[in-house]
Design a protein around this ligand. Structure first.
Ligand code: KG4
Ligand code: ZN
Length: 335
């Protein structure tokens, strides 16, 4: 089965052709991060306009690279949410238009489920498993019973982990998106600042990153009106390393707990924060005997391949053209 996947939930306009759920024939991504870097974050209206400009060339390029013609496509898959409404609508309306014009079935895909599927695309499917989504908009621990069958066991009560990285980057004077810059700076310092991870009473598998972010704010800008001495570059590196280490140790401890509570055959991770090498090392060292699967580097950030790949596992009966985008999808309803 050949699927065209379209992704436009946030700041990437992406399209991909995937065969049989795992063979990526093309994976084209146009990011508007350059535009958002000017403002230190995503402005939905700017992002929507970029999607409108990019979607036709991106889909054309995906078909061209895959050497696939529209008549060879069996299914059109589009990210239906969660995400920003303007960006989502661009992808959805375009996918509906193609579905009518090419007379192909259409399926809506949950973007968060697709991030998790990215790690399963070229990996053995070993269930039950634990899934961990670490992205700009989501932080989620799930028990995976099968592709399409999940139980949410932990989430964040405030910031997502990628969002925390991006906000800490702003505090440290680093560009958007901040994650890779915080990682690079952290390599130059030791984690010597005493920072505490967020804990939620009676909910040991849930996350909170806003307190940690505020501790970084205080370290940079002072607390209770007191202005600290300006941090020198070495201290900034130590602060970046301390933030990263505290956040990752917290995620690691909660994942360990999840694995104790829900015996699992594997761990699958997804989302942009999976690009972080320290995260990979920590998890690799912590679970030497457990199969751990990260997405291929091209599939960690937002992309159309994870959308097209996951669609292979969904019904090919076309969804109605009434299919709506959803800015939020209850996290328990991952599908
Ligand atoms: O999965 P993604 O595209 O976001 C959502 O769908 O929400 O991931 C983007 C996030 C950003 O917050 C970015 O700062 C973070 O992933 N990120 C990283 C790294 N690379 C990207 N965070 C930490 N370390 C990295 N190397
Ligand atoms: Zn994403």
């Amino acid at each position: 089965m050949i699927v065209l996947g379209i992704e436009s939930t946030c700041d990437e306009t992406a399209a991909s052709i995937v065969k049989n759920g795992c063979e990526v024939l093309s994976n084209v991504v146009a990011s508007s991060a350059d535009l958002h870097a000017k403002y230190g974050g995503v402005f939905p209206e700017h992002s929507s306009r970029r999607h409108i400009e990019s979607i036709v060339p991106v889909v054309r390029e995906a078909l061209k690279i895959a050497a696939v013609t529209p008549d060879q496509i069996d299914l059109i898959a589009v990210a239906k949410g969660p995400g920003l409404v303007g960006p989502l609508l661009v992808g959805m309306q375009f996918a509906k238009g193609l579905s009518i014009a090419w007379n192909k079935p259409l399926v809506g895909i949950n973007h968060v489920e697709a991030h998790l599927y990215a790690a399963m695309m070229d990996a053995p499917l070993l269930f039950p498993a634990i899934g961990l989504v670490l992205s700009g908009g989501h932080t989620l621990l799930v028990k995976i019973n099968d592709v399409g069958s999940y139980e949410r066991i932990g989430t964040t009560v405030d910031d997502a982990i990628g969002e925390a990285f991006d906000k800490v980057a702003v505090l440290l004077g680093l560009p958007y998106p901040g994650g890779p810059h915080v990682e690079a700076l952290a390599l130059q310092g030791a984690p010597t600042f005493p920072l505490k991870p967020g804990k939620i009473k009676n909910r040991p598998l849930d996350f909170s990153f806003s307190g940690l972010k505020t501790s970084v704010l205080y370290a940079v800008k002072g607390q209770n009106g007191k202005t600290p001495k300006e941090l020198n570059p070495q201290e900034k590196a130590q602060l970046a390393a301390s933030f990263q280490e505290t956040a990752f140790q917290d995620i690691l401890q909660k994942t360990k707990l999840a694995l104790q509570q829900y015996p699992s055959r594997a761990l699958y991770l997804g989302g942009g924060v999976c690009n972080n090498k320290r995260l990979k090392t920590l998890f690799g060292e912590a679970f030497p005997d457990l199969p751990i699967f990260f997405p291929a580097p091209a599939l960690t950030l937002d992309n159309g391949a994870m959308i097209a790949g996951l669609a292979h596992h969904k019904s090919t009966a076309s969804e109605s053209l009434d299919l709506e985008v959803k800015t939020r999808i209850p996290l328990g309803d991952l599908v």
